[in-house]
Design a protein around this ligand. Structure first.
Ligand code: ADP
Length: 477
């Protein structure tokens, strides 16, 4: 089997490899992917550092052309790349193709942003002096990504880093190297100069840690667990480096008595269970007022009955497998914890056997949960959702905000008054009215507050806040 290698200083290298396994069919090896060392990482950082002066001064047209070419190729290959994604991560083929399209759109967006780079000219408060405000790229950016969006998250970090003139060392999650390798290959062939984008696949504790320990990495953008995020923060403070963290959530969706029942059930089923509940914006707490509670639970349970859990590549599958054995154990452990805490298992909770061996778990719904239970406070990252009964809107809002996280917060209501109040008072980076908490646009800011995120927002033109440093220049006329 071919080994897909790391890209360091424009050369494909690496002979040690790890198997990438399909979670829908654990007999299938998706490919062999290089296992980078700390030495490889140091070489990649050195390559990115030496490529930086020229790339930071490269013309905006050159950046535009490369980003556009990458976006176009990803779109042209959306079915093939979507299938690769579905095979390595386990989300359904339509979800995976959708994510691939989104990655293409992100490259298109930043291809456009490259042509819109601008500064400001402002008169000084002193006579005969002009002031210019411009943005400089940071330098070498370390990109560390998780497994749950194998093509979109790398795209939304790589595209702005390049657009604003930075060079990159990119470390994808161990479970999903294939999509990362594919987009690096696409960008390399699109004409990026040597060393501008380096790929080092391998272990977090080896490759990731070598990035954290390097004084030559000017910024780290990280998406992953809270524990690793804290390590990124501590190491970055040590090196006086800029960092941006996206670490997940325990996103609430409030359902009020006046909600359109269909809208609420569709949004809850999508938020809680699609992509196997493995989205940081997934809704894992459904906070439901008394008047609609029983009707809502009955309708949601009926909806869950209709959802097909099966191989991600099969047409008709609504929910693919859990990503791996470790995550499956986390999910089933939390199901046991929920039962012990006294929540009522209203649906699911069982492992499923399918034609191919994989990590199949029923969508799982707890009712009679409280917001103090561990299943309502800790991020599970699987298809496990709690319903919490509350008496009115005020209690619903207070419960929604009573969490250490603050990524996305949703409400289902037909009341303008409550929707407006909720948008103002939800303690979250993103608020959804009559929509799933997950599923966001690619051209507007993404991110949260409290324990979910740290640093400037990602995506859209707000991405410039992280990937650039503002410079104020004064000139005597
Ligand atoms: P998850 O539970 O989603 O896998 P992790 O935080 O473990 O979350 O992983 C997110 C990313 O962080 C992965 O690319 C992983 O390899 C990387 N990572 C894990 N440990 C470290 C570390 N010590 N230093 C840097 N990166 C790490």
């Amino acid at each position: 089997m071919t080994i897909y290698q790391n890209l360091i200083a424009g050369e494909w290298i690496g002979s040690d490899a790890t198997k990438n396994i399909n979670p829908s069919d654990t007999n299938e090896v998706v490919g062999l992917y290089a296992d980078g060392s700390a030495e490889d990482t140091k070489n990649a950082i050195a390559a990115a550092k030496s490529a930086f002066p020229a790339w930071s001064r490269s013309g905006i047209w050159e950046r535009h052309v490369i980003l556009k070419k990458a976006g176009d190729e990803i779109m042209a290959r959306k079915d093939e790349l979507g299938a690769l994604l579905a095979r390595e991560e386990g989300k359904t083929l339509p979800e995976a193709i959708g994510e691939t399209i989104r990655a293409s759109q992100i490259f298109e967006f930043f291809a456009g942003e490259a042509l819109r780079l601008a500064g400001e000219t402002i008169p000084s408060v002193r006579p005969n002096i002009g002031v210019e405000i411009t943005r400089d790229p940071l330098g070498v950016i370390g990109i560390i990504t998780p497994w749950n969006f194998p093509i979109a998250i790398p795209a939304w970090k790589i595209a702005p880093a390049l657009c604003y003139g930075n060079t990159i060392v990119f470390k994808p999650a161990e479970l999903v190297p294939a999509c990362s390798w594919a987009i690096v290959d696409i960008l390399h062939r699109a004409g990026l100069p040597k060393g501008v984008l380096n790929l080092v696949m391998g272990k977090g504790s080896v490759v990731g840690q070598a990035m954290l320990d390097s004084p030559d990495v000017a910024g780290i953008t990280f998406t992953g667990s809270t524990g690793t995020g804290k390590r990124v923060a501590a190491a970055s403070l040590e090196h006086n480096r800029k960092f941006q963290l996206e670490m997940g959530g325990k996103n609430p969706m409030v359902v009020l008595d006046d909600a359109d029942l269909n809208v609420a059930v569709e949004a809850a089923a999508n938020s809680g269970f699609f992509s196997t509940g493995q989205r940081c914006t997934a809704s894992s707490r459904l906070i439901v007022t008394e008047g609609i509670h029983d009707k809502f639970v009955a309708a949601l349970t009926a909806k869950l009955e209709t959802l097909v859990v099966d191989n991600a590549m099969k047409s008709g599958t609504h929910i693919g497998p859990v990503v791996d054995e470790k995550q499956l154990k986390t999910d089933t452990d939390y199901i046991e914890i929920g039962k012990k805490e006294g929540a009522k298992l209203a649906f699911g909770g069982e492992l499923l056997k399918r034609d191919t061996p994989g990590f199949y778990l029923q969508p799982t719904l707890f009712t009679e949960a409280t917001n103090q239970m561990r299943i309502s406070r800790e991020e599970i990252f699987g298809p496990v959702v709690s319903v919490i009964r509350v008496k009115d809107y005020e209690e619903a809002l207070a419960t929604a905000n009573d969490t250490p996280f603050g990524l996305s917060s949703g409400i289902a209501t037909t009341s303008l008054k409550h929707a407006t109040h909720f948008k103002r008072n939800a303690e979250a980076g993103m608020v959804m009215v009559n929509l799933p908490t997950a599923g966001v646009d690619f051209h507007v800011p993404f991110g949260g507050r409290k324990g979910s995120s740290y640093g400037p927002r990602e995506q859209g033109k707000y991405a410039a806040e992280f990937y650039t440093s503002v410079k104020t220049s004064y000139t005597l006329a």
